[in-house]
Design a binder for this molecule. Sequence first.
Ligand SMILES: Cc1cc2nc3c(=O)[nH]c(=O)nc-3n(C[C@H](O)[C@H](O)[C@H](O)COP(=O)(O)O)c2cc1C
Length: 171
Amino acid sequence: MSALIVAESSFGNTLAISHAIARGLGRATTPYAATIASPREIGTTIPAYVDLLIVGAPTHNLSMPKPATRAQATTKGAVGQTGGGVREWIEHLDARPGLRVVTFDTSIKSGFAPSSASKSAARALKKRGFRDVVRGHSFWVTGLTGPLLDGEDDRADAWGALLAAKTPDNQ
Ligand SMILES: Cc1cc2nc3c(=O)[nH]c(=O)nc-3n(C[C@H](O)[C@H](O)[C@H](O)COP(=O)(O)O)c2cc1C
């Protein structure tokens, strides 16, 4: 089985979570070989061999990053992302309606979070024509530039293993 993780990251935290998810996917009983790509380096047609698409982004203003919020991140020292990101990639993505898709984000943990990048990504993917889309977890950072909260790396690894356990034959 093959998973493609497409992730945008301004300060590296979402990318670190992507690597942890990939590790978890790879150590499951029925492992997934996971590839991690940035939206800029992957085309808008998902390769036929991909069985599971995972889309991740940092939450910016309760949603996926936009050019203006990426520019704000750059003023805070972000080096991870220039040009388009997950939002723009989804807008041009060729739909594979039956493909299993899961989203995740990194966010600052707070008591009240009405929305997040994973929620807006799931909504955009459904709008684009994907039918099997699940909004996955938010993983927590301690502040705007990170780092991740203690234990989030392990939580992402465990989640990856759980995702791999839920194959199409074993929902
Ligand atoms: C412009 C901007 C807006 C942000 N807005 C939110 C927000 O609405 N909610 C939140 O939890 N975190 C917010 N954050 C913090 C990001 O979630 C945090 O920078 C991100 O998780 C770090 O991940 P990265 O290293 O992959 O970029 C914002 C960050 C930036 C730069």
